[in-house]
Design a protein around this ligand. Structure first.
Ligand SMILES: [Fe+2]
Ligand SMILES: [Fe+2]
Length: 176
C-alpha cells in the first residue's frame, strides 16, 4: 500500500548524512508528534510523518572558527527551501509516488516562515500538522537540535512509527 517506508527513508545515506545536522532525535520526536496530531486533524499519517521526519533535512552548518554562528545562520539560512528539494530528491529516488513526494516536500518548505520576507503563511492541514509537531519539540536556545539518540533506539522508534502508520491505514480502509 505504501510505496516507501519510513525505515527506507531513515536508513538511506542521504538521510543519515543530513538528519544528523539538526539532530536525529529531533527529527524522530517531530515525526512522533506528527503521527498523534495527524490523527486528531484527520490528515494522512504517512505524508505527515514522512514530512515531519524530513522537515529539517535542509540544514547547512553555519560554523565560524569552529563555533555555530547564530547571526550567520539567521541572515543566510534557507533550510526549508533546501530541505524541500533534498526531501523530494530522496523520496523520488526511493520510488515514492510523485504526488506524495510533492505534498511532503511542500510541507517541508512551509514548516517555518523564518526565511520569508513576510511572515503570514497560510498552511493546509498537512502543513499545519508538520509545523505544529516541530513547535511541540522545540526547546529554548535550540536545545532540541542537540538531543542525542542511539542508533538502536532511533531505528526502534522508526519501525514503531512504520507499524502505527500501517495499522491506521489498514483500519481506515476497513471502515470506509
Ligand atoms: Fe526547521
Ligand atoms: Fe525542527
Amino acid at each position: 500500500m505504501r510505496k516507501v517506508t519510513l525505515e527506507q527513508i531513515f536508513t538511506h545515506p542521504i538521510a543519515q548524512k543530513y538528519l544528523g545536522r539538526s539532530g536525529q532525535a529531533h527529527a524522530i520526536a517531530v515525526a512522533e508528534y506528527a503521527l498523534a496530531i495527524s490523527e486528531k486533524k484527520q490528515v494522512d499519517p504517512d505524508l505527515a510523518v514522512k514530512a515531519a521526519l524530513l522537515h529539517d533535512i535542509g540544514h547547512y552548518e553555519w560554523y565560524r572558527d569552529g563555533k555555530w554562528d547564530y547571526d550567520l545562520y539567521r541572515q543566510n539560512d534557507i533550510h526549508a527551501i533546501k530541505g524541500a528539494a533534498r526531501a523530494h530528491k530522496l523520496l523520488i529516488r526511493l520510488g515514492e509516488n510523485p504526488q506524495a513526494a510533492k505534498e511532503i516536500s511542500l510541507a517541508v518548505l512551509l514548516h517555518t516562515d523564518s526565511y520569508l520576507p513576510e511572515q503570514n503563511l497560510k498552511r493546509d492541514p498537512l502543513q499545519q500538522v508538520v509545523a505544529e509537531a516541530d513547535t511541540a519539540d522545540e526547546e529554548t536556545g535550540g536545545a532540541h537540535h542537540y538531543k542525542t539518540i542511539s542508533e538502536q533506539e532511533a531505528l526502534k522508534r522508526i519501525l514503531a512509527l512504520d507499524n502505527s502508520i500501517e495499522k491506521r491505514m489498514i483500519s481506515k480502509v476497513q471502515t470506509s
